[in-house]
Design a protein around this ligand. Sequence first.
Ligand SMILES: NC(=O)NC(NC(N)=O)C(=O)[O-]
Ligand SMILES: [Zn+2]
Ligand SMILES: [Zn+2]
Length: 459
Amino acid sequence: MGERFDLIIRGAEVVTSSDVRRLDIGIRDGRIAALEAGLSALAADRVIDARGKLALPGMIDMHVHFNEPNFGHWEGFRSGSAALAAGGITAYADMPLNGNPPTVTVEALRLKQSLAAGSSSVDYAIWGGLVPGNAEQLAQLHAEGVIGFKAFMSNPGGEGEGRFREADDATLYEGMKRIAAFGGLVALHAESEAMTSALHARAAAEGRLDARAFIEARPVAAELAAVSQAIAMAEDTGCSLHFVHISSADAVELIEQVKWRGLDVTVETCPHYLTLTAGDMERLGPVAKCAPPLRDAEQVERLWSHLAKGHIDIVASDHSPSPWSMKSLEGRTFADAWGGIAGAQSSLELMVDEALARGIPLPRIAAVTAAGPAKRLGLYPRKGEIAVGFDADIAILDPEAGYTLREEDLLQLHKHSPYIGRTFSCRVDATLVRGETVYDRRDGLRLAGFGELVRPIRA
Ligand SMILES: NC(=O)NC(NC(N)=O)C(=O)[O-]
Ligand SMILES: [Zn+2]
Ligand SMILES: [Zn+2]
């Protein structure tokens, strides 16, 4: 008698780390147990016929803001993870803000973990934060399983007493020293506070509160200034660095140079920096507001060429939702609308759609959406690839099911996204987490609460 499986995914075009091949995926106990052509359907309890479909490793979105505790009315683990499941995302990492208390103490981490437990449809990890005054918490946060420490170099905005604060230079430097000592990772929002706050104040004094003024107050130079400063600190302290939501090709180039010098540094960009421009931010208004801002078409094209060459390690959504009212221009200006794009459900579809149109091989897309984040979060070789021995975290996409995104397609809490009205050439058909179908297109969300906390595999 041959090998038996719980499930076989039959005949999909499977995106591996090196190519795209028609293969059968045999799954047992939540893991990929066989990957070959011609597995017998008789050898499984259940078969998914995926002929004509694409099978990609489930995306690992290492940058989302689900905002619990206390800001679950902005987004929560349930609604946020449902949107991810519908978008082919099988794991994510939740940022330490804009929940309150932010995840900057061990107590807040435990609260966050208890709120996530049983609420998330897909697997998840949790970021801690590095802020002024929490140096004594860092080692214990690491010991209790945070996947790294987010710090802001510019003002993060947000509401409420005790909200997340940006790190001043000394906090960042001393934090990096401590974090380097236990081999941890610092993730940085890199924009110069000195530059952006002064430029914003000047624009406001001139009564300029529109999208164009916002874009001009946060130039590429402000990103470059912060990236250079952080690199200098990392070289001094030996701390591993991850740059979140890099918006410019210039910053990617600066980071690429230091990688060659041997610094442990990675760069993330977001689907919005790859598919939208500054002009779209002006046209769409606050639903397309984010910091750093969207850039011009020339930067967008150069970002794609860096992605194609392997200079971008990770693509993540930076899903940062808010209630509708904070995105509305009724009674507020662009300047005081919430900054954050809530597009996470579309990340993988956007990347596949663009790759097919641009002739970028799909293994390159899988590298930035799955293997790259898995490696950076210490989840590799358990997650991040379709290969024998990995968790069966799989997104099945139908390349024949083109559609135009509507508000009612979104499973997130507040259904605003800059991609509403966009036409996609492919659509997520089903999402499997550890071999279980958590979402499919016909039934919608099937397994609320199936997700588990994942911790880095540490030596
Ligand atoms: N407070 C936030 O959630 N900010 C986020 N907002 C953006 N990117 O506009 C971020 O990650 O910086
Ligand atoms: Zn940020
Ligand atoms: Zn963010």
